[in-house]
Write a protein of this length. Structure first.
Length: 310
């Protein structure tokens, strides 16, 4: 993987210094705009503004907070696009799901603030599917369905300009959160791994991610992320073997994270437990572990199959 010269290098230096990178023109008529994410370790979203004859189209606006919106230029025109899978997500069902994973009350309560897609009574103006082209005059942008981080996550390819807007599907340094839960695909990590494999067939475009900094090396980065999850699956399998009949939450507290689980705030803890659950589902699909089916579910290693002939 290669950090793109000029802007990519500046963005990486800003990320390391924990400051916002500058607004930059990535291509003629295409700007990268860092939008703050208050109280979030990712710190900012890299939004992208595309020049049109009658204004701007914006890709990935980040969090709906006063600070975030104030960062965008006053006359920016936002185009909101979501897939059917994202539109259908149910906020209250996620809170129930956390209880079923054995999470403590403060982590369950943190789910109150999640999955607010639109203000009440509003809906998406445009619903996109894999292979659809965005109706943006002067741009040749194709939607690529990359489920995993969310069920309807889309990346966008502009082959004319040698660009991949990867969103949270592919970041240069960290692995995006892959969560299980109501409103998600039944096996989100499996679908994410399939998405990464499909990504290796894309052209080796310059990648414009939602966080950190731009880079090249689509295939290399996709394979790194697939390898990362295999290592993680091994670690979680070992945690189940060490203490059978553990809940997803109990397993979450015993595996490694970028920071200790007990110093994470409840909103990050609920992301962690759902990511653990996504890995448990894959391990169960592979026949390595099994659930007792209870509430909360408890996990043990699957009994080895006796292949000897009698």
């Amino acid at each position: 993987m290669i950090v793109t010269e000029d802007l990519g290098t500046v963005q990486r230096e800003a990320w390391a210094a924990r400051v916002l990178p500058p607004v930059e023109e990535v291509r003629p008529g295409l700007w990268s705009i860092p939008v703050p994410m208050p109280k979030n370790p990712l710190r900012y979203v890299l939004s992208y503004a595309l020049a049109l004859d009658d204004g701007l189209a914006l890709i990935d606006l980040g969090m709906d907070t006063e600070e975030s919106w104030d960062t965008l230029v006053a006359d920016a025109a936002a185009l909101g696009h979501f897939t059917p899978e994202d539109v259908a997500a149910d906020k209250e069902a996620w809170r129930v799901d956390l209880t079923e994973l054995g999470a403590p009350p403060e982590v369950v309560e943190a789910a109150r603030f999640e999955l607010v897609r639109f203000p009440e009574g509003e809906s998406a103006d445009v619903v996109l599917a894999h292979g659809d082209r965005l109706d943006l005059p002067g741009w040749n942008i194709e939607a690529v369905w990359t489920p995993g981080h969310t069920p309807g996550h889309l990346a966008f390819v502009d082959r004319d300009r040698d660009l991949l807007f990867s969103g949270d599907h592919m970041l240069p340094r960290i692995s995006p959160n892959i969560s299980s839960g109501p409103g998600e695909l039944g096996d989100p990590l499996h679908r994410y791994l399939l998405s990464l494999h499909a990504t290796t067939a894309l052209p080796d475009c310059e990648v414009l991610p939602a966080h950190e900094y731009r880079f090249r090396g689509v295939t290399e980065r996709a394979r790194q992320l697939m390898d990362h999850h295999e290592v993680r699956l091994d670690e979680i399998r070992e945690a189940v073997a060490a203490r059978p009949e553990s809940t997803a939450w109990e397993i979450t507290t015993r595996v490694t994270w970028s920071r200790p689980i007990d110093v994470m705030n409840p909103r990050l803890q609920r992301l962690a437990v759902r990511e653990t659950q996504a890995h448990l589902i894959v391990l169960a699909d592979r026949g390595d572990i099994r659930s007792d089916g209870g509430t909360p579910a408890r996990w043990t290693l699957s009994a080895p199959t006796d292949t000897k002939e009698n």
